[in-house]
Design a protein around this ligand. Structure first.
Ligand code: IMP
Length: 431
C-alpha cells in the first residue's frame, strides 16, 4: 500500500496537521488537493508550534516533497510569507516544494469580495467565511475566468492580462454595488506583481498528477492531506454553510490529477468531541459552561482567524455520514485528553424526528444525547496524556473508542492524546 488520504471527518479543525505530521515520517511525498489559506494546520515539533495554511504538513521533514495540487486556490503573497517563515525555521531549504501549474490564484479583489459580501449579508446570508477570498476564487474557476499559476509565468503575460480584464468586467460592478470601489481590479498593477512572483514560482511548478504517478512508480509512499472537513464539503456538507471545494476523499483524485485506483486507504480524523467555526447547523453544540470548558481545555480558537470555535459533543450520526461519503478505512481520534478534563461526557447517537445530515431540515435537528460516566478525574487525565499504547488508556477511554468504531463501522487507526508528536498511539500501520 502506498497512497494514503487523510481527511477531516467533521467541520474542520480535527487535528489534521498533527496527524499528517506524524504520518509524514513514513512518506516521501505529501500533497494537498483542495482549499487555500482558509486552512490552519498546527504542528508542535520539539515543543515549538508551527502553523501552516498552504504548505502541506510534511514540511518538517528534510527531503520530503511537499506538493500543492491543482484543486487548491493560492494567495501567492501569503504563500511567499509562509514559505519564508518556514525557511527561517530551517525547513524547505532543499527545494522540497512543488506547485501545480493548474492551481488557481487568489487576488486581493477575491479577498475584498469575500469580506464585503459577509459584511453586507443579512443574518441568514452570512456564512462566516474566513474572508480569505476562497469562495470568489473558486467562483472564477467554475466561471472559466480564473487565473492559474501557469498564467503567472512570464511567457504568459498576454493571457494573464486578458484574464484579468475579463475578471475586472465582472468584479468591479459587484465591488461598486457593495461599496468597495477602492478595491477595483487594477490590471496593470497585478501584471507587475505577477512578474515578481513568476521568478519565485518558476522552479517549483509541476504537473502534480504526473509527479505522484512517478513517485508511485518508484515505490515511494504518498500521503495526501485534506483541508477543512467532510461537513464543509461543497456537495455533501451542510450546504450552503460549507467551503467552496470538495473536501472529501474523492476530491484528492480530482484535485491532484490521479485516478481513484491509485488510492489505497482513506483515514478520517475526528476530535473526541465536535467543534465548528462559522455559521450553519451544529446539533450537539453546547452554548453554556460545558462548551466553554471544552473551548478552554482544547484551546479551541481558530488557527487562521483566531475566532472562538463553538464546541459540543461528538456527533456519531454525522461521523457515520462522513465515513460513508469518504469511504473511510480508518479513523483517527484526536484530543481524547480534552474529554478527560471535563466533568461530564455525552455523545449524540441519533436525532429527533428522523433527521440526518444531508437532508432538508438538518438545521433544526435536535440531538438524542447519551450521557457517559464522567471522566473528570485528574489522575485519569494525566494517565491519558501519557498513554502510548491502547492498553495504557483508562478503561473508560477505550470503551469510548470502541463505541465510536462500532457505531461508524470503521476501525480506529490512530489516537492522539496531546499536541506533541510523541503523544500519539498508532494502532495500525499507515502503509
Ligand atoms: P471559507 O472556506 O473561508 O469560504 O469559509 C466557509 C466556511 O468554512 C466557514 O464556516 C468557515 O469557518 C469554514 N472553514 C473554512 N476553512 C476552515 C478550516 O480550516 N477549519 C474550520 N472551518 C473552516
Amino acid at each position: 500500500m502506498s497512497t494514503l488520504v487523510v481527511v477531516g471527518a467533521q467541520w474542520g479543525d480535527e487535528g489534521k496537521g498533527k496527524v499528517v505530521d506524524v504520518l509524514a515520517a513514513q512518506a516521501q511525498v505529501v500533497a494537498r488537493y483542495a482549499g487555500g489559506n482558509n486552512a490552519g494546520h498546527t504542528l508542535v515539533v520539539g515543543g515549538k508550534k508551527i502553523v501552516t495554511h498552504l504548505v502541506p504538513s510534511g514540511c518538517t521533514y528534510p527531503g520530503t516533497l511537499c506538493v500543492l495540487g491543482a484543486g487548491m486556490v493560492i494567495d501567492i503573497e501569503v504563500f511567499r510569507e509562509e514559505v519564508a517563515a518556514l525557511q527561517a525555521e530551517g525547513m524547505l531549504r532543499g527545494g522540497e516544494l512543488r506547485v501545480s501549474l493548474d492551481a488557481h490564484v487568489i487576488f486581493p479583489y477575491h479577498r475584498a469580495l469575500d469580506g464585503l459580501r459577509e459584511d453586507r449579508a443579512n443574518a441568514t446570508g452570512k456564512i462566516g467565511t474566513t474572508r480569505r477570498g476562497i469562495g470568489p476564487a473558486y467562483e472564477a474557476k467554475a466561471g472559466r475566468r480564473g487565473v492559474r499559476v501557469r498564467d503567472l509565468l512570464l511567457n504568459n503575460v498576454a493571457q494573464l492580462r486578458e484574464r484579468l480584464e475579463l475578471n475586472k468586467a465582472v468584479v468591479d460592478a459587484e465591488l461598486a454595488r457593495l461599496g468597495g470601489s477602492q478595491h477595483a481590479v487594477d490590471v496593470e498593477h497585478l501584471v507587475r506583481a505577477a512578474a515578481g512572483w513568476s521568478e519565485w514560482l518558476a522552479p517549483m511548478v509541476c504537473d502534480a498528477g504526473e509527479l505522484i504517478e512517478r513517485a508511485l512508480g518508484e515505490q515511494q509512499r504518498v500521503l495526501i492531506e485534506g483541508a477543512q472537513g467532510a461537513l464543509l464539503d461543497l456537495d455533501h456538507g451542510t450546504y450552503p454553510y460549507v467551503t467552496s471545494s470538495t473536501t472529501t476523499a474523492g476530491g484528492a483524485c480530482a484535485g491532484l490529477g490521479i485516478g481513484p485506483t491509485r488510492i489505497d486507504a482513506v483515514w478520517g480524523i475526528t476530535k473526541a468531541y465536535t467543534t465548528r467555526v462559522g455559521a450553519g447547523p451544529f446539533p450537539t453544540c453546547e452554548t453554556g459552561p460545558l462548551g466553554q470548558a471544552m473551548r478552554d481545555a482544547g484551546h479551541e480558537y481558530g488557527a487562521t482567524t483566531g475566532r472562538p470555535r463553538d464546541c459540543g459533543w461528538l456527533d456519531l450520526p454525522a461521523l457515520r455520514h462522513a465515513a460513508r461519503i469518504n469511504g473511510l478505512t480508518g479513523l483517527c481520534v484526536t484530543k481524547l485528553d480534552v474529554l478527560a478534563a471535563l466533568p461530564e461526557v455525552k455523545v449524540c447517537v441519533d436525532y429527533e424526528d428522523g433527521l440526518k445530515p444531508g437532508v432538508d431540515g438538518f438545521d433544526r435537528a435536535r440531538p438524542v444525547l447519551r450521557a457517559l460516566p464522567g471522566w473528570g478525574d485528574p489522575a485519569r487525565a494525566a494517565a491519558l496524556a501519557k498513554a502510548r499504547r491502547l492498553e495504557d488508556l483508562p478503561t473508560v477511554a477505550r470503551a469510548y473508542l470502541d463505541m465510536i468504531s462500532e457505531y461508524t463501522g470503521v476501525e480506529i487507526s490512530l489516537v492522539s492524546v496531546g499536541a506533541g508528536r510523541e503523544q500519539t498511539i498508532l494502532v495500525r500501520d499507515a502503509y
